[in-house]
Ligand binder design. Structure first.
Ligand code: ARG
Ligand code: ZN
Length: 879
């Protein structure tokens, strides 16, 4: 068995580039089988470097010509070592001309230049540019690009690249050309080209400074009826960046292009964002409320990168969170501001907390745990993670919590003032925040350097005589790979105190009244006590309000206290949190009962708490929905001492069906009360009503009750949200109509790839779907493992979203996983490596189950021809 990891790259080894590139002229003669790439680089020796040779990176390239200052180089003039080329003893000023040949149609990795549905697209982040030509392919090399595209005019009428179109025209043999110039310096990972048969929705838009810019959304012809929401979201993003941060669009033209084969969500290439169709295409017939929200968030995210990522970029890939954490934070704030109401904001915040717990906390507790700013990697594509993105966003949010909104804005302004058109580090960002506010943020650095989820333990003491309330906070952080011991973090803990009537008590510290009923305590030591005076009654503490830090809060709440918070907390996140704690303690008890063959009971107290929130008309439907959602099976597994997936599933199903049975009448009433007749709108109020209504439907289905309601909704629905929810309830409720409905649904949407993805995903995650069923679905004519969305919809939905079946005691799920990881790895290592992570948490299962999981991992690991991507994941899992 091979256990070696291929070359590890360390952050501490960073060296500045030996040469800087001033200008890049690229020529592409596009042909699916044989594309000729010509590159002309003007380079100068970097005074900041001691190295004397030019270093270029290249993937699988056929090198046709290489000239230095006009002289053809021979094999004796340079050395190639794997993917690195060295040209020694180069002069200070260099013009390098390179010609390579590549075959885009053979590129199944979707990294570099590739063909999707007959059209050309690129994906260059992180290191895809080197798959087209030899180049100093690292983000701290920023250059000005001119790009000439040549292609068959009939097949590829649209030729796009970054920046501005400066020239276009005809060529012999039915070909044409377009020349593009990007006025801004950029790293190679932001390069993009598109050569395709596409159409666009376009619009002229006036910026705050009065300039008019051209906005375009490019899609395949049949999808032109699905571009409105992306366009609207783009305009909202531009406006919001102007208003909230004073950041303007710096180009005359901004394009979004949708592609059906894409490894990730979308890419922020300068002026030419390339998107997974999933985050562009929507109309009420095919897209759900969640899809609409995703489009708004991702369009915003990629647009916001224009400043946080493109104008100011990363020095090296260890700094990835500098742009990703910050940009996720910005898109989160954008989505919240678009809703506008306090309660709407709270629901978006709750969704963020759910994602973090569902995906990031497990990552941080598993074999791939890494700091927000990693210290090393084998394959950088494995580090586009929930830790870098979502925990990174939490870290940015904590600056705002500590410095206040104004202080944070000052820090942002200083960051841009200092670093525009530079490639910088997370330390530079922190320094801007500290300097703009005259604050010492030295300890805050540990959020970047230390991995793991900190645990904050709270203990409280009320003194009825002195009328004081003490909160003692202590922090610890579990060991993570390579980091056995952790130093204390700088943790903002927002707290409030609730009186017996559920009101917020005024806060007094050291004899001074705090201006607000929420106060941010700054925990910087291992253990600290905070004291409030003048507390006239024994309060219920509301701790970690608004989820003020990405930590686990350990406090011995009683059920009565939780119900008090669930009914009254003015902080909506903690109100929701109280409900989650009530549910989780019961789910853990029920799981244990299933495992031990005990009887299952759900107490009336819990049911009544659920009923109360369901019927509370003073709360938005959207909030009631999240308050009624039970913690997922993954979350219960994370909280279990030993994971028993089948017991967890049964316990949660029991609880869902109990809610369905006991609240039946109220659920039906809420279904009727939350209808949204009339024209579909994806706004938060309407979406909230649909969400609550469809959750009620799901609870009834869990109890196998009133399936006629789902059936009727499926037949009558005029939007995808209602249609797909009804279908889900029919399938999960094992209705006799489920098969018919699945068939009808398939036929109705056969031509809509994104809807067919839903059709596969629903079946893959249905409780009855076992490996045999998944294999059967793989034989379906619509299944195609090469398309990442389709692979995710079936394979990932099963391996990650159906634990009770995937973790079947006979090991059939793991055998399937082994096969699929290996099959995918031959085509697309990035996607394969994501699937490989489905076994990350194998050490938390029962011993026999662990053995089965480990042997599956070993089987993958023993395969000789693994990509670096998968090799790194399985090696770390087994370490
Ligand atoms: N920078 C892109 C984003 O907006 C992600 C692209 C990453 N792609 C990749 N293959 N690693 O988040
Ligand atoms: Zn991003």
């Amino acid at each position: 068995m091979r256990t070696d990891i291929p070359q590890t790259i360390y952050r501490k080894d960073y060296l500045p580039p030996a040469y800087l590139v001033e200008t890049v002229e690229l020529g592409f003669d596009l042909d699916p089988a044989r594309t000729i790439v010509a590159s002309r680089l003007t380079m100068t020796r970097n005074p900041a470097s001691k190295q004397k040779h030019i270093e270029l990176y290249g993937g699988e390239l056929e090198l046709v010509a290489l000239r230095l200052n006009g002289r053809a180089l021979t094999r004796r003039d340079y050395e190639i070592n794997g993917h690195l080329m060295r040209i020694p003893n180069a002069p200070d000023e260099v013009v390098l001309e390179i010609e390579t040949i590549i075959s885009p149609e053979k590129n199944t990795t979707l990294n570099g230049l590739y063909v999707s549905n007959g059209n050309f697209f690129t994906q260059c982040e992180a290191e895809g540019f080197r798959n087209m030509t030899w180049f100093p392919d690292r983000p701290d090399v920023m250059a000005r690009y001119t790009v000439m595209l040549r292609a068959d005019k009939q097949k590829y009428p649209v030729l796009l690249s970054n920046g501005n179109l400066v020239e276009e025209g005809e060529l012999p043999d039915g070909r044409h050309y377009a020349k593009w110039e990007d006025p801004f310096k950029k790293p190679s990972y932001l390069f993009a080209l598109v050569a395709a048969r596409l159409v666009c929705q376009e619009e002229t838009f006036r910026l705050a400074d009065g300039r008019d810019v051209l906005l375009q959304v490019w899609v395949e012809e049949g999808n032109l009826d699905k571009t409105d929401y992306a366009m609207q979201s783009l305009k909202n993003s531009i406006r919001w960046d102007e208003e909230r941060w004073g950041l303007e669009l710096d180009l005359d033209r901004f394009m979004i292009v949708a592609v059906g084969d894409f490894n990730m969500g979308a890419m922020e290439n300068k002026g030419l964002n390339i998107f997974n169709t999933k985050f562009v295409l929507a109309n009420p017939r095919v897209a759900t409320d969640i899809d609409y929200a995703g489009i708004e968030a991702v369009v915003g995210h990629e647009y916001f990168h224009n400043w946080t990522g493109n104008r100011v970029t990363c020095r090296d890939w260890f700094q990835l969170s500098l742009k990703e954490g910050l940009t996720v934070f910005r898109d989160q704030e954008f989505s919240a501001d678009m809703i506008g109401t306090d309660s709407g904001r709270a629901v978006t915040r709750i969704d963020q907390v759910r994602t973090l717990r569902q995906a990031q906390f497990p990552e941080d507790a598993g074999p791939m745990s890494h700091p927000v700013r990693p210290d090393s990697f084998v394959e950088i594509n494995n580090f586009y993670t929930v830790t870098v993105y979502e925990k990174g966003a939490e870290v940015v949010r904590m600056y705002q919590t500590l410095l206040g909104r104004e202080g944070f804005r000052k820090g942002m302004d200083l960051y841009f003032q200092r670093h525009d058109e530079q490639a910088v580090t997370c330390d530079d960002f922190r320094a801007a925040m500290a300097d703009a506010n005259g604050r010492d943020l030295a300890q805050f650095e540990r959020w970047y350097s230390q991995a793991g989820t900190p645990v904050v333990k709270a203990e409280t003491r009320y003194d009825p005589v002195k009328k004081s309330f003490e909160i003692t906070l202590s922090q610890s952080c579990p060991a993570t790979p390579g980091q056995p011991k952790k130093q204390p973090f700088h943790i903002p803990v927002a707290v409030g105190l609730l009186g017996a009537k559920g009101n917020d008590l005024p806060l007094t510290v050291n004899g001074k009244t705090v201006g607000s009923t929420t106060m941010v305590l700054e925990l910087t030591k291992a253990r600290q006590t905070f004291k409030f005076d003048g507390v006239l009654e024994e309060p219920v503490p509301s701790l970690l309000r608004d989820f003020s830090a990405p930590v686990v809060l350990d406090y011995a709440y009683t059920d009565d206290q939780l119900i008090h918070l669930f009914n009254h907390d003015s902080d909506a996140v903690n109100r929701w949190e109280a409900g989650q704690r009530l549910a989780m303690s019961r789910l853990l008890r029920l799981t244990k009962a299933v495992s031990e063959g005990g009887t299952l009971v759900l107490d009336e107290t819990f049911i009544e708490a659920m009923r109360k929130v369901l019927l509370d008309e003073s709360l938005d439907a959207a909030f009631r929905e999240v308050a009624l959602l039970l913690p997922s099976e993954t979350l219960i597994a994370e909280q279990s001492e030993v994971v028993d997936p089948q017991a967890i599933h049964m316990a949660r199903q029991f609880m869902r069906s109990a809610i369905g049975r006991k609240l039946q009448k109220d659920l039906i009433a809420q279904i009727n009360a939350n209808q949204t007749p009339g024209e579909y709108s994806p706004d938060a109020i309407a979406a909230g009503k649909r969400g609550l209504k469809n959750l009620c439907l799901a609870y009834l289905a869990a109890a196998f009750l009133n399936l006629d309601l789902a059936e009727r909704q499926f037949d009558k629905a005029t939007n995808m949200t209602d249609r797909f929810s009804a279908l889900t309830s029919l399938v999960h409720g094992e209705s006799s109509e489920a098969e018919r409905a699945l068939d009808t649904f398939y036929k109705d949407f056969e031509g809509e790839a994104l809807v067919i993805d839903k059709w596969f995903a629903l079946q893959a995650s249905a409780p009855r779907t076992d490996v045999h069923k998944v294999r059967e679905l793989m034989q379906h004519k619509a299944f195609n493992i090469r398309n990442p969305n389709r692979a995710r919809s079936l394979l990932f939905s099963f391996c990650n979203g159906n634990p009770a079946q995937f973790d079947a005691p006979d090991g059939s799920g793991y055998a399937f996983w082994t096969e699929q990881v290996l099959a995918l790895d031959k085509l697309n290592p990035q996607v394969a490596a994501r699937l490989a992570r489905a076994l990350d948490r194998w050490r938390r299962y029962m011993p026999e189950q662990q053995d089965r999981m480990r042997s599956a991992l070993e089987q993958v690991s023993a395969s000789g021809k693994l990509s670096n991507d998968v090799r790194e994941v399985v090696t770390k899992a087994l370490a």
